[in-house]
Design a protein. Structure first.
Length: 106
């Protein structure tokens, strides 16, 4: 099952989402912040009791950002540009308007 997670350009935020799957649902908490020195957004994923699952994931489009964590069996996660295709990666001004997270969970 494919789910879209809307992102916001507010720095240093936390939010929760339920990721629906064909066999199960995941209730997760997230942190999102902008790394000004590196110039990219960072995501942290936590279970429903706020135990870290994966932290400090750069939100860069073009690949499954959970690919190296396949052993966790939490699906696939992509940063997708739904806006201006000339923009290659989200910055501090366009993450909530041009880019979304797309989660694939079976």
């Amino acid at each position: 099952m494919v789910s879209e997670i809307a992102l916001s350009g507010n720095p240093n935020q936390t939010f929760s989402a339920v990721i629906p799957g064909d066999k199960r649902n995941l209730s997760l908490n997230f942190t999102q912040s902008f790394n000004e020195q590196a110039g990219y957004w960072i995501l942290g994923i936590y279970d429903s009791s706020n135990t870290p699952i994966v932290t400090e994931i750069p939100l860069l489009p073009g690949y499954n950002i959970l690919g190296q964590y396949e052993y966790l069996d939490i699906g696939e996660l992509y940063v997708v540009n739904y806006g201006d295709q000339t923009i290659e990666q989200p910055d501090e001004t366009n993450i909530g308007t041009n880019f979304k997270l797309v989660w694939v969970l079976i």
